[in-house]
Design a protein around this ligand. Structure first.
Ligand SMILES: Cc1cc2nc3c(=O)[nH]c(=O)nc-3n(C[C@H](O)[C@H](O)[C@H](O)COP(=O)(O)OP(=O)(O)OC[C@H]3O[C@@H](n4cnc5c(N)ncnc54)[C@H](O)[C@@H]3O)c2cc1C
Length: 439
């Protein structure tokens, strides 16, 4: 039965409202990660930015929290008891090729931005999934294919357009509400609802990349080559190495994912240590138009149940490799190491600060049942424990897992500053992010 306090929600907003028990509610509340159950009070698809403001005013009167979740790619269970706000209708997207900027509505996906910028020879700062929202990815910093050259997505925000916790539309940029701008530039969605953001684009003309697979029996050679290539890689080159055990009983594989901003001939020279390894199952590195960026990894676009854990590594040496190769991949689906470094090590706006660690290990498993999820989490804990003090305890906000908080992604004084900004901008705690700051 619908709570009395929510009966007037449909009168308050113009967008679609779905309440528990209504047809479509169960489908609408599901996040991309189906392992997360979202026991929300209502799902609202706001019609536009004014409608977002109307929803906030309504929530203030009703005393109900709001969880903004464009896609649920980062869902964690914190939305329980909240009104779930979907932003899909905030879909404005305009590119200014002269100014090299894009204004991106809060519901626009990374793939849509890439499709709009590529014809102009311009790029944003996308990650591997074309279906994440640019707003959510950027609020978490966003460390993607080109992060070694350009840093995080949040480093390139010129302005956030928001609705604040009083329901007022505002701008946050370097001059207007600079403290809110600081918090949103990688500090997550805990401070205001972003309705659109304007970002800087960069000119790039050539892309070479893709994913090449070998049998897992080649993993020692491939990981050694990965260490050599990444030790001297230019900032234009991003390489990720993965061991994967796909469902269905096929033999495990090892894969090298490449995104290189430059000509194929130069890319192949940089990747020579890999080219010398026999047994390639599928050699897919090639020159790519930017429109085909998502084919580099072909991330799944359909929702599925999974449990992930990521850790930053302070070193990647023979001992680290030995741990990562010691056991079969299962019950994980993938054990991946991403090369960071480059521009990520520099200063940036927002609370995150430089990412000193040059590598990130990402452990992902499918969780179709609670038991399967528990087995994946246990394996993740085992691998992390075996990595010992190579794991620094630092985190990236877009790679948080069940036991992490946003405070883990920044220095203690920055976390304290953000706690103050939360009190200033959202004193009632109206907004609930997937990964709140934590005490
Ligand atoms: C397959 C896959 C590949 C990925 N690849 C990468 C990668 O290469 N690099 C990387 O850095 N990350 C990557 N990620 C992580 C991804 O960037 C985060 O999960 C991100 O939070 C997704 O944003 P979303 O809005 O789509 O997700 P959601 O879960 O819908 O939202 C995430 C959070 O963002 C906040 N938020 C979103 N929109 C708003 C808004 N308009 N106003 C206020 N707050 C808002 C909310 O707090 C929300 O909890 C990947 C994730 C997946 C599932």
């Amino acid at each position: 039965m619908t709570e009395p306090s929510l009966l007037s929600l449909r009168d308050a907003v113009r967008g679609e409202v779905l309440l528990p028990g209504e047809e479509g509610f169960d489908a609408a509340r599901k996040p991309y990660n189906l392992a997360v159950v979202q026991d929300v009070r209502a799902v609202v698809t706001a019609a536009d930015a004014d409608d977002v403001a109307a929803l906030v005013r309504y929530a203030n009167q009703a005393g109900v929290p709001i969880a903004v979740q464009p896609t649920g790619h980062g869902a964690s269970g914190t939305a329980a008891g909240a009104i779930l706000l979907r932003t899909g209708r905030l879909d404005e997207l305009s590119v200014d090729p002269e100014a090299r900027t894009a204004r991106i509505g809060a519901g626009v996906t990374s793939g849509a931005v890439n499709a709009a910028t590529a014809p102009h020879g311009l790029i944003g700062k996308p990650g591997s999934s074309p279906t994440v929202s640019v707003a959510g990815y950027t609020l978490g910093g966003g460390a993607g294919f080109f992060a070694r050259k350009y840093g995080m997505s949040s480093d390139h925000v010129i302005e956030f357009e928001v609705v604040d916790a009083t329901g007022e539309p505002r701008k946050a940029n370097a001059e207007e509400n600079p403290d809110l701008f600081h918090a949103l530039a990688g500090g997550g969605g805990d401070f205001a609802i972003v309705t659109a953001l304007t970002v800087r684009l960069h000119e790039e003309r050539e892309l070479f990349g893709g994913t090449t697979f070998w049998p897992d029996s080649r993993a020692d050679e491939v990981f050694a080559a990965f260490r050599d290539v990444t030790a001297s890689a230019p900032q234009e080159l991003s390489v990720w190495v993965s061991r994967a055990q796909f469902p269905g009983g096929a033999p495990a594989v090892v894969a090298v994912t490449v995104a290189y901003l430059g000509p194929e001939t130069d890319g192949r020279v940089l990747l020579k240590p890999f080219e010398a390894i026999d047994g390639v199952l599928n050699g897919a590195w090639k020159a790519l138009p930017f429109e085909e960026l998502a084919t580099i990894t072909n991330d799944p676009v359909d929702p599925g149940p999974s449990v992930s854990r990521a850790e930053l590594l302070g070193r990647f040496d023979a001992g680290t490799i030995a741990v990562l190769l010691a056991e079969p991949v299962a019950p994980l689906l993938a054990l991946q190491v991403r090369h960071l470094g480059g521009a990520l090590t520099g200063a940036r706006p927002g609370p995150r600060g430089p990412v000193a660690e040059e590598y990130l290990v990402y452990l992902l498993g499918l969780a179709p049942t609670k038991e399967a999820g528990a087995a994946v989490a246990a394996k993740q804990a085992e691998v992390v424990a075996a990595l010992g003090d190579a794991v620094t305890g630092g985190k990236l906000a877009t790679f948080l897992g069940a036991t992490d908080t946003l405070a883990d992604t920044m220095a203690a004084d920055e976390a304290e500053r953000l706690r103050g900004l939360k009190k200033k901008w959202d004193p009632q705690g109206r907004f609930v992010a997937n990964f709140p700051l934590g005490e």
